[in-house]
Design a protein around this ligand. Structure first.
Ligand code: NAP
Length: 675
């Protein structure tokens, strides 16, 4: 059998392993299948290439360009999944494990592509939050922007998700406009290398945007600076060693860590055996113990059940574990494959023995492994369930992660006790609760929220569509305090901002408009050369403004609108009642009448480039309008966003003022305008 030479991709070149390479064995056969590592890798050239070539190319693009690039990348990867599945079996993973790692990874890139288009501007500057009014006269304002870091993101990943682990970091990094150097764990790096080759061969990424280190990183971390980020996933021990690198400390290099965690799942006090929710609990725990053979950072390590239910849970879970086919991950009926390596098995057995020192093993025997298929048993391990009878004084079970199919059940007296036990993990990625009780859910959220990066509630209502205790989703924050590493990844745009610098900007409205590419109120108006509704998307300038004629509002108008629409609310119809209302001087015009009049004042009626009005944002009515008052409208181009190949969205800032130039209403109008 040929040994795969797992290469690195450095400064535009594939670099084969050299004599310093480490052997990598198949988890199924135990035979060597690959080697990786090159101690002569020029990491400085890699950093230079990322900083001088990849970074500038990515920063020259806008968020939407980069989001489109991600979408193309996800589609391309999606077409090559089979090659990755084929390789991945040797990591011990089953086909359903591949769905999490490979399909899940591709899906994550799709979500970031879509969020980039929908939630980030069609430009290069991200605006974080609202404009801050810093002066009475409105000539000095503040805002927060985020711009891409000008260094490189170094992604150091764990072995268990060679594809998802890379892509969940890469997608937000590239969307931010930052190049990445990816360093997968050596045990499964041949799968990551294949995925990187697929991405690079597609030609979708600019030069220098993605590089790969297969094997050791040499002195890479000693060469990082303040514009670089390290995003690490792995064990707490490695995280603490790497984050205390003197160069990282000296340069305040951002260090995001996702590390091991003692995740818990609580069976709600309202759930009893025989109910769908009890079965749901068993299903979730069983899935977390057996998926990826328990090598999941989010797996349920501690099962927390009402004291009276502990034996029922053990019985139901044992029955389900009995039916779990363990063996060749390539075989169709196999539910649980191997650990990644024999070394990993040794580690799991060592940790399980430690847990066994303070807890009773109630299911599974490390020496009696029921295996199906023709496999080498060296990396396979039996699922093991322990029972902890003194969870308040136990320590190992709350501190030790056996990174395999190992979990411990413990009983609780009441919800505060369950919360206290869940929190004894001193920080986790996720805790779940199976309950139909809103009160229990609220108590757990308040009592345990601070200790867990994610709280997952499930019951009969949500179970069909729920995504699973152990699935980090690109939309939701992944990470956790304390033992979980104190980091945070994903969470939609939040995850993108980890690779950007937030900067407070202060200045005049015109300065702010120039910087952020969105019209800030108080900025100079750009006179429209023609009615803006006659102008095409690309011709419209930010700040382009028209002022309309004014229109007098009469009592007839109010009466007519009321009867026409059926909105005969007393403030429009009954003078005495309206006067008793603290908001109104007497009968007033309907807010929606004013909006309709405003449209009548600013629209250009003829067929033209404006295709549709798609909504209003941030509508506020500031001052009532009485019969006899007049209103006029100011319409300014606030922002433009390309949407399709034919049209884009124009966001208009609209103000209505009365005859005394007082602000009556303000909103943002959304239209689709042809290119
Ligand atoms: P690990 O041994 O800590 O290794 C993690 C990564 O660090 C690997 O890529 C490893 O590369 C690298 N590394 C080790 N020493 C290094 C050094 N001196 N310089 C640079 N890189 C170095 O963890 P693992 O065994 O791969 O993964 C299992 C652990 O990861 C478990 O504890 C699990 O809970 C945790 N995990 C956490 C999450 C999460 O999202 N929180 C997700 C998955 C896994 P080599 O392989 O080449 O040594």
């Amino acid at each position: 059998m040929t040994i795969m030479k797992v290469a690195s991709f450095a400064a535009g070149q594939w670099v084969a392993p050299n004599s310093a390479a480490r052997p990598i064995a198949s988890a199924i056969t135990g035979a060597q299948i690959a080697e990786a590592g090159n101690d002569q890798l020029d990491v400085q050239a890699m950093l230079d290439h990322a900083r001088n070539v990849g970074g500038p190319a990515l920063r020259a693009m806008g968020f939407h360009d980069r989001a489109k690039m991600l979408k193309a990348l996800a589609m391309h990867l999606g077409q090559h999944k089979q090659a990755l599945y084929d390789l991945s079996f040797d990591t011990g993973a089953t086909q359903s494990d591949h769905m999490i790692d490979i399909d899940g990874g591709v899906g994550t890139v799709f979500v970031f592509a879509s969020k980039g288009r929908r939630e980030m501007p069609d430009g290069q500057v991200y605006i974080d939050g609202e404009i801050e009014e810093l002066s009475r006269g409105g000539t000095f304002k503040g805002m927060h922007i985020a711009t891409p870091l000008q260094g490189v993101a170094v992604h150091i990943n764990a072995f268990n998700f060679p594809v998802w682990g890379m892509l969940e970091k890469l997608a937000p990094t590239l969307l931010a406009g930052v190049p990445a150097i990816v360093k997968p764990a050596t045990a499964s790096c041949y799968v990551t290398e294949a995925a990187v080759r697929i991405m690079l061969d597609s030609g979708i990424l600019p030069d220098g945007a993605l590089q790969l280190i297969s094997g050791g990183t040499g002195d890479l971390l000693d060469r990082l600076g303040a514009q670089d980020v390290v995003s690490f996933t792995g064990s707490a021990q490695t995280a603490s060693m790497l984050r205390s690198n003197p160069n990282i400390l000296k340069n305040s290099v951002r260090f995001v860590a996702e590390q091991d965690s003692l995740n818990a799942s609580i069976l709600g006090p309202d759930v009893t055996p025989g109910s769908v929710e009890f079965d749901l609990f068993i299903k979730e725990v069983h899935r977390e113990m057996t998926t990826k053979a328990g090598q999941k950072c989010t797996a349920i390590r501690r099962i927390i059940a009402p004291e009276g239910q502990v034996q029922n849970v053990i019985d139901a879970l044992s029955e389900k574990l009995d039916k779990t086919v363990i063996g060749d991950p390539r075989a169709e009926g196999t539910r649980m494959g191997a650990l990644v390596s024999a070394a990993q098995k040794r580690d799991v057995l060592e940790k399980a023995a430690l847990i066994g020192g303070e807890c009773a093993r109630v299911y599974g025997d490390p020496d009696a492994l029921p295996l199906s298929g023709d496999v080498n048993p060296d990396a396979f391990v039996a699922p093991m369930l322990f029972r902890c009878d003194a969870p308040d004084t136990a320590t190992v079970v709350h501190e030790t992660e056996a990174f395999g199919p190992v979990s411990t059940i413990m009983g609780y007296r009441d919800i505060p006790h369950a919360i206290a036990l869940a929190n004894k993990g001193e920080g986790s990625l996720v805790a779940s609760v199976i309950t139909a009780s809103g009160d229990v859910a609220r108590e757990v959220a308040m009592g345990a929220g601070a200790f867990h990066g994610r709280l997952y509630f499930n019951n009969a209502t949500s179970m069909k569509e729920s995504t699973g205790h152990g699935s980090p989703l690109p939309h939701m924050v992944h990470g956790g305090p304390g033992r979980a590493g104190g980091g945070e990844e994903m969470g939609g745009v939040r995850g993108v901002l980890h690779y950007m610098q937030r900067t407070a900007i202060q200045g005049s409205p015109d300065i702010l408009t120039s910087i952020c590419g969105r019209w800030v109120s108080g900025s100079s108006e750009v006179p429209a050369p023609a009615h803006p509704f006659t102008r095409r998307f690309h011709d419209l300038d930010i700040g382009e403004t028209i002022h309309t004629e004014s229109r007098r509002v009469t009592m007839d108008d109010i009466e007519h609108f009321a009867h026409f629409t059926g909105d005969t609310f007393y403030a429009h119809m009954d003078q005495a009642a309206a006067e008793r209302n603290p908001f109104f001087p007497g009968r007033v015009a309907h807010g929606y009448l004013l909006l309709s009049f405003a449209a009548g004042l600013f629209v250009e009626p003829n067929e033209g480039p404006v295709l549709a009005n798609t909504g209003l944002d941030n509508l506020r009515f500031m001052k009532p309008v009485e019969a006899g008052d007049s209103i006029a409208v100011r319409l300014s181009v606030k922002a433009k966003t390309r949407r399709t190949d034919e049209y884009g969205e124009v966001r208009w800032h609209v103000t209505l003022t009365n005859q005394d130039a007082e602000l009556v209403a303000e909103y943002e109008l959304l239209t689709m305008v042809q290119y």
